[in-house]
Ligand binder design. Structure first.
Ligand code: HDE
Length: 703
């Protein structure tokens, strides 16, 4: 009895009745008024015992009057808010947007008026289909949502890393999303499009085929949020002070260039580190390597819109960069992680309808539907019309209005006046001069539930995307389609998809048909408009053709054993850091191993916990004895074999030869295998890594 009282009470009174608190070291000190270290209830009452519920008797039932227990469990039971119905899994960061030059000629938006102007931003990246706890490397479009806290209110550019969308009209959104989510009877598959429902819907929705080409491409398995582009997708308007309007499409380009992984790698990353993208962003920002993107505008007028091959209001189409050159107008830098994931990343509420004066909407039917939807979703998720009171959602400019009350009202008006006009001479008033005014677009016509005939070409840009890719990227698209359709059990769905592919590229259709066992090709799908084959390739659409020519921001995994050459390791580290990349050591023990010269080489990962899929390139710096031991370990052989199969550059000390051959790598080396004969070779290796992958190896490894 005495023992349990001592164990459970952290706090007691001295003889004068002053409160005494047991510190970490067990010493007793006096509790100052409002001491930060004293545990309290949410009502502020100090808590004496947080280890045991109040009971009737030592082994008796719990008592209802235990208000501390009741409050603690009540709060815990309500910790979750509904996750986003789409884009549930996401990761955010703070930063700023810096305007290069004034864009006053095009827009009156304050954010674009002054060169060098810095505007705070919060960005959230996400996947679409999976739930909040799903893995990062799903094959999926990524959300790229930016909230600019401008001096004229919040501007949310809620985009994706793919410039087109599956559907043309917002009314189809619940259908496309239902189809990709876990099937409702069985509750799986999670975060995957490879199932019948998705492909059934797609095969019956030809407007989705252009987006399907993107989703089956490497864009849908990015290596990092830092290495992907972002797009506003829809056509928007800019409006200047003279009320003149120009159309605009928004494009984000990553400073470190684009990079994706291969599918076999993505699948393994999801097992090895389901938080791969989160961790990558966290590590980069925490280490001061702040990711950066340039905002580009594609500007065009009504004449261009009227003469362009496709309707600029159709969100399944893009304007090739070769047709309208993107104009860089500013840079986005992410330099600070949220202090609290829930408060910021989970509660941030993006809304397409948040636009400042000078930025306006087009009549894109998807955008129009989104403008309606996003407010609804915030009320559902955040539970109160006062969600703008949350610090992450509140504007950072002064704001004044007469909205009041409601759940969780944090900012409440003072004084008598809560309406206008009023004769008290108090409170805010409209400003025709500074306030938001819509662009006065002429609208006429009948009220119709109709899809414009100008949206009817579903295949031409899908084909243009496909022919713009390198042979490697085209192969990846074919492999992705094959994989996905191989997971469909209904042969009619597979056949319908091949019929669509015949309208995109015959060889692609034949390759996929052959791999999924369709012997007789179906007729091409009926096309609402004959597909065109005269659109030229757009090199800007390829990832590989637009490589970064640098290895900066990437990561090398160095497999090390005891007795490794310390000079070589130091040379590698120096060259990798000079490039702006990161080196991480994988060792038999995380505590580290002694190098040949006796110095301690600390490990970041053990071999099991640091497979090569987590790195962009690998190096093997081992002793003869170490190599002998490792070649018997499956994890070490996989480390090497996977890196080779994923076309990564591999540097190796002479002793590692045995490990390479035991991993099944041909003794005839390709140019991606770089012998570390001397310390100078470390530089050669990093230089080679700038290509990111040796794609020519891919056809020989046959993943
Ligand atoms: Fe969204 N979308 N969406 N969407 N969307 C949401 O809003 C919706 C669409 C996008 O990180 C939801 O706050 C409809 C296109 C991103 O918090 C919801 C339609 C594009 C994010 C919603 C679309 C997007 C969302 C769910 C068809 C690319 C995550 C939670 C008309 C241009 C933002 C939320 C974040 C989130 C509705 C189509 C991008 C339900 C009805 C096209 C990046 O309101």
């Amino acid at each position: 009895m005495a023992r349990s009282a001592k164990q459970t009470s952290n706090k007691r009174s001295n003889i004068r009745g002053e409160k005494l608190v047991r510190g970490n070291g067990g010493e007793l000190h006096q509790m100052a008024e409002g001491d930060q270290n004293v545990l309290t209830t949410a009502q502020g009452g100090p808590v004496a015992d947080d280890q045991n519920t109040l009971k009737a008797g030592e082994r008796g039932p719990a008592l209802l009057e235990d208000f501390h227990f009741r409050e603690k469990i009540f709060h815990f039971d309500h910790e979750r808010i509904p996750e986003r119905v789409v884009h549930a899994r996401g990761y955010g960061a703070h930063g700023y947007f810096e305007t290069y030059e004034s864009l006053a000629a095009y827009t009156r938006a304050d954010i674009f008026q002054r060169a060098g102007e810095k505007t705070p931003v919060f960005v959230r990246f996400s996947t679409v289909a999976g739930s909040k706890g799903s893995f990062d490397l799903a094959r999926d479009v990524r959300g790229f949502a930016v909230k600019f806290y401008t001096k004229e209110g919040n501007w949310d550019l809620v985009g994706n890393n793919i410039p087109v969308f599956f559907i043309q009209d917002a009314i189809k959104f619940p259908d496309i999303i239902h189809s990709v989510k876990p099937e409702p009877d069985r509750g799986f598959p999670q975060a995957q499009s490879a199932h019948d429902n998705f492909w059934d819907f797609i095969s019956l929705t030809p407007e989705s085929i252009h987006m399907i080409m993107w989703i089956m491409s490497d864009r849908a398995i990015p290596r990092s949020f830092r290495f992907m582009q972002g797009f506003g997708v829809h056509t928007f308007r800019l409006v200047n002070a003279k009320n003149e309007s120009i159309f605009v499409k928004f494009i984000w380009k990553p400073k470190l260039g684009m990079q994706s992984v291969v599918w076999n790698e993505a699948v393994k990353i999801n097992g090895a580190d389901p938080d791969f993208h989160r961790r990558d962003l966290w590590n980069a920002i925490q280490s001061g390597d702040f990711p950066e993107w340039e905002l580009n505008l594609q500007l065009f007028d009504q004449n261009f819109a009227d003469s362009f091959d496709f309707d600029v209001l159709d969100p399944t189409k893009l304007i090739p960069e070769e047709v309208i050159k993107p104009m860089p107008v500013g840079r986005l830098v992410l330099d600070r992680m949220p202090e609290n994931f829930f408060a910021e990343t989970e509660q941030v509420a993006f809304m397409t309808q948040n636009v400042p004066p000078g930025i306006d909407f087009s009549n894109d039917p998807l955008l129009q539907g989104r403008n309606f939807s996003y407010l609804d979703t915030q009320l559902k998720r955040l539970g109160s019309p006062n969600f703008t009171h949350l610090p992450i959602n509140a504007p950072k400019c002064p704001f004044h209005h007469f909205q009041q009350d409601g759940h969780m009202a944090m900012r409440n008006p003072v004084g008598r006046v809560n309406y206008q006009p009023n004769s008290w001479g108090e409170g805010p008033r409209e400003s025709p001069q500074h306030g938001f005014t819509n662009f006065a677009e002429e609208i006429e016509g009948q009220k119709l539930r109709i899809r414009s005939a100008s949206f009817a070409d579903h295949y031409s840009q899908a084909r243009q995307f496909f022919i713009s890719q390198t042979a490697t990227e085209q192969r990846h698209i074919a492999m992705a389609l094959t994989f996905e359709l191989s997971k469909c059990e209904n042969p009619a769905i597979r056949e319908r998809m091949v019929a669509h592919l015949l309208n995109v590229d015959e060889t692609l259709a034949e390759t996929v048909a052959d791999k999924i066992g369709i012997e007789k090709l179906p007729e091409p799908a009926d096309a609402a408009m004959p597909p065109r084959d005269d659109l030229p390739a757009s090199p800007a659409l390829s990832i590989i053709k637009n490589g970064p020519a640098s290895f900066a921001g990437r990561k090398v995994g160095v497999l090390v054993t005891a007795g490794a050459d310390a000079g070589l390791l130091n040379a590698l580290q120096a060259e990798i850091e000079k490039e702006g990349a990161v080196m991480e050591v994988i060792a038999p023990k995380v505590g580290g191993v002694a190098a040949a010269d006796g110095t301690l080489v600390k490990g970041k990962h053990m071999i099991d916990g640091g497979p090569s899929v987590l790195f962009d390139a690998i190096a093997l710096v081992v002793s003869q004895e170490g190599a002998d031991r490792l070649q018997k370990e499956a994890a070490a052989r996989d480390f090497v074999a996977d890196a080779f199969a994923h076309c990564k550059f591999i540097a190796f000390s002479p002793e590692a030869q045995l490990l390479l051959s035991q991993a099944g790598i041909d003794p005839e080396p390709d140019e991606g295998l770089i012998a570390l004969d001397d310390q100078k070779a470390a530089g050669k290796f990093v230089e080679a890594c700038r290509k990111l992958r040796l794609w020519s190896r891919e056809t020989t490894v046959k993943l």
